[in-house]
Design a protein around this ligand. Structure first.
Ligand SMILES: NC(=O)CC[C@H](N)C(=O)O
Length: 425
């Protein structure tokens, strides 16, 4: 066999699902409907219809637990062309057990203009459609996603129904039938049920509150040498805080106001404990609420890997006055208020819509606390702000030198890095 033919035989797959595609319709609660063809699981679902402007990384976005309950519309027309890799990584003491952002697909459904049924990538093992089918997630293709996105930009994130097969010929659901995921505590559905540890040989002990952690946040900490203990979102960290050098709060789905319990624990931590605290997206919103700021629901949020943010202050690798391109996935934001609560200042602002993209403790406060609305860990997206993880761990290590921590009871008897790792959503 010639080289080209051998390559095609190994790396390119034509699943040929077109002939099996059922009719599908996306209904919006606001009355509009978009017809197309189904792919993935042949079932109908409800969800919140949101759009992402990311060009690549559909596999990372779809496994991001922050998309829980959402019907994800990709504005990039061609989706699926590089297939889906095997999500199981070989066990490695510096990794977290999955290749993508969590074990399964987290969004409720997907909407694309043009589904690539033939995929080509050296690491691909299946098509987007086969992967969705295996995870019981439906998709619709053949939709005018540009028209749909313009609608969502004007009217805001809208409840939707993806009706597949025989359901596609039924009338649109009644208003009361639409399911609103934002009314549920989605964080409680995706957070780990039990604490677990990663990289016990790490030199700096970081407690992570899991609101629906993307795996690349955990990887970014572990690969920089941290010994990480992941706790459920509502765990009272104050009961163990003397054993840790730093606290990290992850991303997560839904309304941050549902996490009042976590914010209450955190205000006590921030008032009484002097070590560094860092939060991303939901974690940033919980820090803001604990600091006395309000969180509000945006019209359509920011989802994509091309969001410019302006740094308003310098800290570690971040330089005031510079614009960083960031990865984002959020519907809520902290309200910009003047003045900011005592001891706090805005850290970043979004260059498109002027929303708050970060907050930090002021230099005068003597504290080391940062929250960012965007995702420095990317996956997918640019790595402009990845060194914020190094900055955080540097501060934890510097403060550790001046005080000592007590060994954790969890450390005793930990023989494997991956103890309980299966609980990683
Ligand atoms: N990615 C996230 O953590 C999102 C936070 C929150 N669920 C929001 O939509 O704003």
């Amino acid at each position: 066999m010639g080289l080209a033919r051998r390559f095609l035989a190994t790396h390119v797959s034509d699943i040929g699902i077109k002939s099996k595609a059922l009719p599908a319709v996306l209904h919006l609660k606001t009355g509009q409907s978009f017809t197309g063809r189904h792919f993935g699981a042949p079932r109908s679902i409800y969800g919140e219809t949101v759009f992402s402007t990311s060009i690549t990384s559909y596999t990372e976005s779809m496994t991001d637990p922050s998309y829980r309950g959402q019907i994800l519309v990709f504005t990039t027309p061609l989706i699926g062309n590089y297939g889906v890799p095997n999500n199981k990584t070989p066990v490695d003491s510096r990794d977290v057990g999955v290749l993508l952002e969590s074990k399964g697909i987290q969004c409720a459904g997907v909407v694309v203009a043009d589904l690539a049924e033939r995929f080509s990538h050296f690491s691909a093992v299946e098509s987007l459609s086969a992967w969705c089918n295996r995870h019981d997630i439906p998709g619709i293709s053949g939709v005018d996603t540009r028209a749909l996105t313009r609608l969502l930009r004007d009217q805001g994130t809208t409840l939707g129904r993806l009706a597949v097969g025989p359901d596609a010929s039924l009338p649109a659901p009644a208003d009361n039938d639409y399911w609103d995921p934002s009314q549920e505590n989605l964080v409680a559905q995706v957070s780990t049920a039990e604490p677990y540890e990663l990289n016990p040989s790490g030199d700096v002990r970081i407690a992570v509150l899991d609101f629906g952690a993307k795996a690349n946040i955990l990887r970014s900490l572990v690969r920089r040498g941290a010994h990480v203990t992941v706790f459920p979102w509502n765990f009272d960290f104050n009961t163990v805080r003397d054993q840790y050098d730093g606290l990290f709060l992850t991303n997560g789905p839904g309304d941050p106001n549902m996490c009042a319990e976590a914010a209450a624990h955190l205000s006590k931590t921030m008032a009484e404990w002097e070590r560094p605290v860092f939060g991303i997206c939901m974690g940033h919103q919980v820090i803001g609420i604990a600091a006395g700021l309000d969180a509000y629901r945006m019209t359509f949020g920011n989802r994509g890997h091309n969001q410019p943010v302006l740094a308003l202050a310098s800290s570690g690798s971040i330089k005031s006055g510079r614009v960083y391109i960031t990865s984002q996935n959020h519907q809520y934001a902290l309200k910009l208020q003047d003045p900011f609560p005592a001891g706090w200042e805005p850290f970043f602002i979004n260059c498109n819509d002027s929303s708050v993209e970060g907050i930090k403790s002021t230099p005068e406060s003597g504290r080391k606390i940062w929250g960012v609305q965007f995702h420095p860990e990317s996956a997918g997206g640019p790595l402009d702000t990845i060194e914020m993880f190094t900055d955080f761990l540097n501060e934890c290590r510097a403060m550790k030198k001046t005080t000592s921590t007590t060994p954790s009871p969890m450390q005793a008897g930990t023989s494997s890095t991956f103890r309980n790792v299966s609980s990683h959503n």
